[in-house]
Design a binder for this molecule. Structure first.
Ligand code: AMP
Ligand code: MN
Ligand code: MN
Length: 326
C-alpha cells in the first residue's frame, strides 16, 4: 500500500489519465470517478472516463453521462490508468485489459478484500466510500473543491452509507460530509436524484418483489428469473434496494436478492445487520464487498438452483459469518 504522498506524486507527474470503475456502477463509483476527473482537469490533465453501462435516471441528474466513453480504450493515449471503487480486475468488466503490468496503474478503493491489483494502491477499508478517499486525495493535491465536485462526492458518500445509517458510517464520514456541504454540495439535489427519482412504472416490479419474497429463519430473500425481470421491466438496482429494505425488519438479520441478468448468470446482492458478516458468504461464492453489503455473480441452471446455492453457503458458513469482525 502506498502513502498518500506517493499517490499525489504519481498524479502530479501524469499528463493524460484514463479513469475506470466497477461494472453496474453505483453512485459511489460514479461520484469518485467524476469527482476525481473534475479535480484532475483543474490541474490541466487530459482526462477520459470509460464506463460502458447506461446510468440510472437518478444518476443522469448528477453525472454527465455523455462524458463517459463507451468505446475501446487506446492504451497508448494515456500515461496513467486509475481504477476507483473496484476490488478486483474482473470488476472492471470489458476494460480489465487496461490493468496489466505494462501500464502505469493506480487503484483508489475502500474494499477490505481489494487484492492490490495495480502498480500503486491506496486502499482504506475504514472509509465508508471511495468518495471519502477521493476527497482526501483532492485535498492532498491542494485542489479547491468546488460545488460540482462536492456534489458528486457527497452523492457517493450518501449512497454507500445509505444516508449515514450503514455500519461503515463513522466520524470521518460526517466530517467529510460537512466539509463537502461547506464547499457547496447540493445535498437536496442529491437526495432527490438518488431517493426520489424513480418512475411509478417501477412499482409493478416492486409489488412482485413484495408478493414473492421468502423468509428462512433470520434470512429473507427473493429470486427473479430473466423472464419475470423482462416482463415487469425490473432492474438490478431495485433488487439491491429491496434486499437492503428486507434487512431493516427486526426479525431479519441478513437478506439477499438474486436476479438472472443473462441466461444462467445471476447477480447476487446481500445485506445484513451489524454482527453478520455477509462478505464471507459473497466471497465463498466468488464475489466480495463489505461486511454488511456484498455481492457476487453466480452461475446456475435456474433461479431455484441459484437460491439453494446461496442458502446452503449460508448454512455451511454461519458460524464464520457471525464471528468474523472484518
Ligand atoms: P450491490 O448489492 O449490487 O449494491 O453490491 C453491494 C456491494 O457488493 C458492492 O458495493 C460491491 O462492493 C460488492 N459486489 C457486488 N457485486 C459483486 C461482484 N460480482 N463481485 C465482487 N463484489 C461485488
Ligand atoms: Mn460501488
Ligand atoms: Mn463504494
Amino acid at each position: 500500500m502506498n502513502k498518500i504522498k506517493e499517490i499525489v506524486k504519481v498524479l502530479k507527474k501524469s499528463k493524460s489519465v484514463a479513469l475506470f470503475t466497477h461494472i453496474s456502477p453505483d453512485s459511489d463509483a460514479l461520484g469518485s470517478t467524476f469527482g476525481l476527473s473534475l479535480a484532475l482537469k483543474k490541474l490541466g490533465k487530459k482526462v477520459q472516463i470509460f464506463i460502458k453501462e447506461e446510468f440510472t435516471e437518478g444518476q443522469k441528474i448528477l453525472f454527465e453521462e455523455d462524458e463517459a466513453n463507451r468505446g475501446e480504450c487506446n492504451v497508448n493515449d494515456f500515461d496513467l490508468f486509475i481504477c476507483l471503487d473496484a476490488s478486483a480486475i474482473e470488476r472492471l468488466g470489458d476494460y480489465a485489459y487496461c490493468f496489466n503490468d505494462e501500464n502505469n496503474t493506480l487503484v483508489l478503493d475502500h474494499h477490505v478484500c481489494n487484492n492490490y491489483i495495480a502498480k500503486y494502491n491506496y486502499i482504506e477499508s475504514e472509509s465508508s466510500s471511495c468518495c471519502e478517499i477521493v476527497y482526501k486525495v483532492i485535498t492532498a493535491l491542494k485542489i479547491k473543491i468546488d460545488s460540482d465536485i462536492a456534489t458528486k462526492l457527497y452523492a457517493g458518500l450518501s449512497t454507500d452509507t445509505s444516508s449515514f445509517i450503514n455500519s461503515n458510517t463513522n466520524s470521518n464520514s460526517f466530517l467529510v460530509a460537512s466539509k463537502l456541504c461547506l464547499a457547496g454540495a447540493k445535498i437536496q439535489i442529491v437526495n432527490q436524484a438518488i431517493y426520489q427519482s424513480k418512475s411509478l412504472k417501477s412499482v409493478v416490479f416492486k409489488k412482485h418483489l413484495l408478493n414473492n419474497f421468502q423468509i428462512k429463519g433470520e434470512c429473507a430473500y427473493i429470486g427473479v428469473d430473466l423472464k419475470t425481470l423482462q416482463e415487469l421491466n425490473g432492474v438490478k438496482n431495485d433488487c439491491s434496494g429491496f434486499s437492503k429494505m428486507l434487512a431493516n425488519y427486526k426479525e431479519i438479520n441478513y437478506s439477499f436478492s438474486l436476479i438472472e441478468q443473462e441466461p444462467g448468470s445471476f447477480s447476487l446482492s446481500m445485506r445484513s445487520k451489524i454482527g453478520f458478516n455477509i462478505r464471507i458468504i459473497a466471497e465463498k461464492l466468488g464475489g466480495g464487498g463489505h461486511i454488511c453489503a456484498a455481492g457476487a455473480t453466480i452461475k446456475a441452471k435456474n433461479i431455484d438452483e441459484a437460491i439453494n446455492l446461496v442458502l446452503s453457503t449460508i448454512t455451511e458458513n454461519k458460524e464464520e459469518m457471525k464471528n468474523a469482525t472484518i
